[in-house]
Design a protein around this ligand. Structure first.
Ligand code: UGA
Length: 440
């Protein structure tokens, strides 16, 4: 059944959600307050870097299934829709707790919108929010501004996303599961209809609002903890003459552990894991429980860039090259990237810093304008004393061991992502160190 959908917020999650729903045959309005974004989207140009998104945008705009609208236009035209998805940011407050100001504003706007609607409409929160937000924060605001009652006059759902930057389209269209938290059966059934085009083998988990909210946090907290766990093991391996690669491979073969999210290195970054772990810690403490394991996972992660730094030896007077700035490959996103922490630490020493990233340079220039950015990895490592490899981009993986030997002044390579084969690097006789590589 083709349904009419509005998606509030055309950022990363909103745009991918809207475009994928359109691709599955629904009629979608992507709504945002930023006129620049609206123009770009209507011209089939994604404002964010995400593989495959431009083509899908083009396809669905041409077929008339997707349209971007400024929020004020969407509301003033009183366009009727069956369901709305709130996809606004949920940043951190200073103390790490979740800042819900955008959720509150979106709820107010949608409250006014559903006041004027004649049809039954389901409001759905897709943004990551701590347990209780949909029912205790959004619901009263929606009711106040609509003059209607949730669970009676309109529906209310929470439907978390599990999208990775860089493979968000694939993750959306080929998801493992669809989590539907609903205030009542009617709301949940209507939301489930949107997902009818997905294979019936995809698990549909129908639950209440709080559980749906918690599932998203528990999943991100688990994955972040899994990474910190393997980072800690790698740190121990390195000091005990053990190659953590072999250890991670072997333990990953146990089906209870599995090999994914077992890559050790300079730690996790991005807009989700760091923020969500902090928000869950804050929510947990607020409810009276000190989450020791989550705090430790966060602490290990903060230290990982420092682990790399320690491996470089003396830094004063040296030229440092940094290969990779984005928090992971295939994205221009530098939020909470380990590179930022490492560069700030390097700046405490008398160093000259050169950096290369195929996509993230422009974003990095905005926060760190006073380092040298190069257009190629070779130019970056040229004449440097120490090279830190921080993101596993293919452009960086393509470098040959001899490139470091030929171009660097005193080749010391610290591989923070195990991009290179230690044996091949060491054959040439220069200093190669990698997190988790103990056989130096
Ligand atoms: C993450 C989750 O994977 C998504 O399921 C979730 O929907 C999303 O957060 C979110 O909450 O919106 P994302 O932040 O895009 O997605 O990136 P990931 O691919 O999960 O990587 C996160 C960080 O962990 C990166 O810095 C990456 O380098 C690091 N990582 C990942 C490791 O250090 N080791 C690994 O084995 C895997």
């Amino acid at each position: 059944m083709r349904m009419k959908i509005c998606v509030l917020g055309s950022g990363y999650v909103g745009l991918v959600t809207g475009t994928c729903f359109a691709e599955m045959g629904h009629e979608v309005y992507c709504v945002d307050i930023d006129p620049k974004k609206i123009n770009l989207i209507n011209n089939a140009t994604s404002p964010i870097f995400e593989p495959g998104l431009d083509e899908l945008l083009k396809n669905n705009i041409e077929k008339g299934r997707l349209k971007a609208l400024l929020a004020e236009d969407f509301y003033s035209k009183k366009i009727q829709t069956d369901i709305s998805f709130i996809c606004v940011p949920t940043p951190s407050n200073e103390d790490g707790s979740i800042d819900l100001k955008f959720i509150e504003k979106a709820s107010e706007d949608l409250g006014r919108y559903i006041k004027s609607l004649e049809n039954y409409h389901v409001v759905t929160i897709k943004s990551t929010v701590v347990p209780g937000t949909t029912g205790d924060i959004a619901r009263p605001i929606l009711e106040k501004y609509s003059g209607k009652k949730a669970g009676q006059d309109f529906g209310l759902c929470m439907n978390p996303e599990f999208l990775r930057e860089g493979s968000a389209i694939e993750d959306f269209l080929n998801t493992d599961k669809i989590v539907i938290g609903a205030i009542d059966k009617k709301s949940g059934d209507l939301l489930e209809k949107i997902y009818e085009p997905w294979d019936e083998k995809v698990h549909r988990i129908k639950t209440n609002l709080r559980t749906a909210e918690m599932i998203k946090y528990a999943q991100n907290a688990f994955l972040a903890t899994k990474i910190s766990f393997i980072n800690e093991i790698a740190n121990i391996c390195q000091r005990n003459g053990v190659d953590a690669n072999e250890v991670a491979y072997a333990i990953g073969l146990d089906r209870r552990i599995n090999p994914r999210f077992l890559r050790f290195g300079v730690g996790y970054g991005g807009s989700c894991f760091p923020k969500d772990v902090k928000a869950l810690i804050a929510a947990s403490e607020k409810s009276g429980y000190i989450p020791r394991l989550l705090k430790a996972a966060e602490e290990v992660n903060k230290q990982q860039p420092i682990e790399a730094l320690k491996m470089a030896g003396g830094l004063n007077g040296k030229t440092i090259s940094i290969l990779g700035l984005a928090f992971k490959p295939n994205t221009d996103d530098i939020r909470e990237a380990p590179s930022i922490k490492l560069i700030h630490e390097l700046k405490k020493h008398d160093t000259k810093i050169k950096a290369y990233d195929p996509q993230a340079t422009e974003n990095m220039k905005k926060i760190l304008p006073n380092i040298t950015y190069t257009d190629s990895p070779l130019e970056c490592i040229k004449d440097s004393d120490v090279c830190f490899v921080l993101t596993g981009w293919k452009e960086i993986k393509q470098l040959e061991p001899k490139d470091f030997l030929n171009l660097m002044k005193t080749p010391i390579v610290v591989d923070g992502r195990r991009v290179f084969d230690p044996e091949k690097m060491k054959q040439l006789g220069f200093t190669y160190k990698a997190i988790g590589y103990g056989l130096t």
